[in-house]
Ligand binder design. Structure first.
Ligand code: C5J
Length: 228
């Protein structure tokens, strides 16, 4: 049987013959990509992350066109912060912390303006949004249950930031048996060195955490792929 492959590192990534592939878009929320949110409160230049928006839009369009599942995640906490461990609450040296009032509402709080996914990647009604209190998208969420219910075996991972929520999620997914592909130009960090290190780390040792690939190779393989 002919296998459908995506050019990837450390070697070609096989599209599933059985099972399904889903697109995971991690934390593309205003808190990290716009001024006045959590990213800026931690002292970062949030404009750095915006370069990946067109790439993620293109991938999203292909997944929608082919009727393949898409999951969005949002990092955020309940209004009373009961799901935020004191250690996380205390971290950071900026003047603003999680729960403080910023220019986009309370920082990193579910439902606030800053906590919404950016307009450019607005989820459709049939796309699941996973809200998460941690960095990994599996910790204290229903993601695993949704993936299992939909027989998803392969994950294409995008979003921010590469070395924090994206990498944590990819490692969690790898430990749960998913075949993970990190989209090189569909993820970004406030620190270029951290992004590069993460790409190299996950695909090292024969793909110890998974694969990495460029979006153009992914899109051309997906377009020619018969999903059955
Ligand atoms: C961070 C994230 N960096 N989405 N969150 O705190 O990577």
């Amino acid at each position: 049987m002919m296998m459908d492959l995506i050019q990837a590192q450390p070697y070609p990534y096989e599209l599933p013959q059985q099972g399904k592939i889903a697109l995971l878009i991690i934390d593309m929320q205003r808190d990290f990509l716009e001024s006045g949110g959590f990213g800026e409160a931690l002292g970062n230049d949030v404009s750095r992350l915006r370069v990946i928006i067109p790439t993620v839009q293109k991938l999203l369009a292909v997944f929608r066109e082919k009727n393949l599942p898409v999951f969005h995640t949002i990092e955020g906490h309940k209004t009373d912060l009961s799901d935020c461990p004191p250690a996380k609450l205390k971290r950071g040296q900026g003047s603003q912390k999680i729960g403080d009032l910023g220019t986009m509402g309370r920082i990193l709080i579910l439902g606030e303006k800053g906590n919404q996914i950016i307009d450019e990647l607005k989820p459709l009604n049939n796309e699941i949004i996973i809200t998460k209190p941690g960095k990994g998208a599996f910790y204290a969420t229903s993601l695993q249950e949704h993936l299992q219910n939909q027989q998803i075996t392969h994950l294409m991972i995008t979003g921010v930031t590469t070395e924090v929520c994206v990498q944590t999620t990819m490692r969690e997914a790898n430990d749960r048996g998913y075949e993970c592909l990190l989209v090189e130009d569909g993820t970004e960090s406030y620190f270029p060195f951290f992004k590069q290190a993460t790409l190299e780390m996950v695909r090292a040792q024969g793909g110890i955490v998974g694969w990495t690939a460029h979006s153009t190779d992914i899109i051309s393989a997906l377009k020619g792929w018969n999903t059955g």
